[in-house]
Design a protein around this ligand. Structure first.
Ligand code: PLP
Length: 389
């Protein structure tokens, strides 16, 4: 019989928003306080300081009440001027959306095309920058972890390519689905603006967006001429000095951020990153045992945060996902853009452990059988053998 009345916990295994830990939910569940009062100032200072650890930066991190898209826009409008050229790379759906946003702002986008199955080609970036003798390109923008494909790019290689060309362009990186899950170092890797959101590795509900900002990016903000008001870093940074914001912040999400930062600190970032790598590896072993195909083609670039699986020819991913939701009360990620109905995505990031993974993979394996999708059984067993080892 169909499980029409689900009991127990819903499995939210999309690659974000992710499952919010009970500790974080309880932290959010407090009376909303005066955001100009003394208690708030202490909370503001604590989260503005604490969040730097996750970005691995000593510089400022701006926090907006916004989805991640706002942080994309903020990165561009604070640093660039109408008609400026930016170099972007087509890693997948999210890189394509960032490109569309840049175009709407009046920027000229050089888009390095890709097949949505590979990471950023740093050599191609280097070549394009070397050709730019007049230094018209003002920024290079890449997505660290492409959530639509499950492919992670090497940001250090991009930095080396920019330096190798001796080019002054700013480096902007979208870490919306990697921050807090995949090793990322804003300062050490020489990134100028890091874009992030609350609803993935930070284990919070959607609603906070972040820009980590280098000194070079701050200097660019002094001369940038794109219109900006809500997104302006400068008023933010002035108010942030005492823990406040220039407009009403997301008070209760900031309580949650304070708790999520404590959880990441208790586990330790190296352990958090190792945990994600391990669960991603176990997931790929399950996919291989099922005899299904990974969307990601470069083994060095498989994402630690999610895995995108290609459906066998003649079988739609959306019908399969519908079966999994109806029978097992689990949400899997849909195929986005040109991957619609062709792939499903397993999120294994955030608040997640060995048994969450086993439950997730069991739901996929039972769903494949229930939906009549050709596969071999034994994926869960393959993952368990690896986890036991
Ligand atoms: N960039 C990446 C890599 C994402 O995964 C997402 C959302 O999933 C976004 C940008 C857009 O963020 P939001 O939907 O929070 O506006």
């Amino acid at each position: 019989t169909l499980n029409n009345h689900p009991s127990g916990r819903h499995f939210l295994q999309i690659p974000g928003p992710t499952n919010v830990p009970d500790r974080v939910l309880r932290a959010i569940d407090q009376p909303t306080i005066d955001h100009r009062g003394p208690v708030f100032g202490a909370l503001g200072l604590a989260v503005l300081e604490g969040v730097r650890e996750v970005f691995q930066t000593r510089g400022p991190v701006v926090i907006f009440p916004s989805s991640g898209t706002g942080a994309w826009e903020a990165a561009l409008v604070n640093t660039l001027s109408p008609g400026d050229r930016v170099l972007m790379v087509e890693t997948g759906h999210f890189a394509s959306l960032w490109r569309k946003l840049a175009g709407r702002l009046g920027l000229e986008v050089d888009f390095l095309e890709g097949d949505w199955r590979h990471p950023v080609d740093a050599a191609a970036i280097g070549a394009r920058l070397a050709d730019d003798a007049e230094r018209r390109i003002k920024a290079v923008c890449v997505v660290h972890n492409e959530t639509s494909t499950g492919v992670t790019s090497d940001v250090t290689a991009v930095r080396r390519a920019i330096d190798g060309a001796g080019h002054p362009a700013l480096l902007m990186v979208d870490t919306i689905s990697s921050l807090g899950s995949v090793d990322y170092r804003h300062d050490e890797w020489g990134v100028d603006v890091t874009v992030a959101g609350s609803q993935k590795g930070l284990m919070l509900p959607p609603g906070l967006a972040f820009n980590a900002v280098s000194e070079k990016a701050l200097a660019a903000a002094d001369t940038a001429r794109l219109p900006r008001s809500y997104w302006d870093w400068r008023e933010m940074l002035t108010a942030n000095e005492r823990g406040y914001f220039p407009y009403t912040p997301s008070t209760n999400l900031l309580y949650g951020l304070h708790e999520a930062l404590a959880m990441l600190r208790e586990e330790g970032l190296p352990q958090v990153f190792a945990r994600h790598l391990r669960h991603a590896r176990a997931t790929r072993l399950a996919v291989a045992a099922w005899g299904l195909e990974l969307l990601s083609l470069d083994p060095a670039a498989h994402s630690p945060a999610l895995t995108a699986v290609v459906m066998p020819a003649g079988h739609g991913a959306d019908a399969f996902r519908k079966t999994v939701l109806e029978r097992f009360d689990m949400s899997l990620g849909q195929g986005l853009g040109k991957l619609a109905d062709r792939v499903f995505r397993i999120g294994h990031l955030g608040h997640f452990n060995d048994l969450t993974l086993c439950g997730t993979l069991a739901g996929v394996e039972m769903g494949l059988a229930a939906a009549g999708v050709p596969h071999r059984p034994g994926g869960v067993r393959a993952a368990m053998d690896f986890l036991e080892g």
